[in-house]
Write a protein of this length. Structure first.
Length: 213
């Protein structure tokens, strides 16, 4: 029986959306408005941590078992590894560009950051598209349910709880009703309760603040 990899496509949708919106949000900040710049920079750091942990989980938990079980398709896994390295390089560039802009919110640093975000998005989209087309079918065939579940466990274990609530809200945002039900169904009942009582209202406040412009 094949593993259902649909949840990863839902997660990817959030990364696609947020990588686009970050460009728009930074572009819209008035030069000198460091308060607004900090709000966007903090949101970038949540996005960045989510993407970092998502990719590190694949690096540690998905690629090794796949490489041990595939032969002719090993090039797909190796290509994913190479793409992760290119995405990481764009994030390293952003790790310098974001705080530089955040400190003064000047037009020159804003333009440099927008260019870096655009480069990041282009590399990221190439990877996500390729992964969904070639790697996820391979994972569905060769990865066990427990191994697939370990990706989510890794993210939870390596993400601060409040950031996790933000990331979960981002993933649910464009999910359909059935997709939302799928994602919520894997959570323990107490965690679902925390999300409905605390996480969702907090996320709504957070995202309104981020997208205020």
């Amino acid at each position: 029986m094949s593993v259902d990899t649909q949840d990863m496509e839902i997660v990817h949708r959030a990364f696609r959306r947020e990588s686009r919106l970050l460009i728009e949000l930074v572009t819209a900040v008035t030069p000198g408005d460091t308060g607004r710049a900090k709000v966007i920079a903090d949101h970038f750091r949540d996005y960045r941590l989510g993407l970092k942990n998502h990719h590190e989980g694949e690096d540690e938990l998905l690629w090794p078992p796949l490489l041990s079980r595939v032969d002719l398709q090993a090039d797909i896994v190796l290509r994913m590894e190479a793409q992760h390295e290119r995405v990481a390089a764009t994030l390293a560039r952003l790790d310098a560009a974001v705080p530089a802009w955040e400190a003064a919110a000047d037009a020159d640093r804003r333009d440099a950051l927008v260019a870096a975000l655009a480069d990041h998005r282009a590399v990221l989209l190439e990877h996500l598209d390729d992964e969904e087309a070639t790697l996820l079918p391979l994972a569905a065939e060769h990865i066990t349910e427990a191994e697939w579940a370990s990706l989510g466990d890794h993210l939870v274990a390596n993400t601060p709880k409040l950031t996790l609530l933000t990331l979960f809200g981002l993933v649910l945002e464009d999910a359909s009703e059935s997709e939302r039900a799928l994602l919520l169904s894997v959570l323990p009942a107490p965690v679902r309760g925390i999300w409905h009582l605390v996480g969702r209202p907090r996320f709504v406040r957070h995202i309104r603040r981020v997208r205020a412009a």
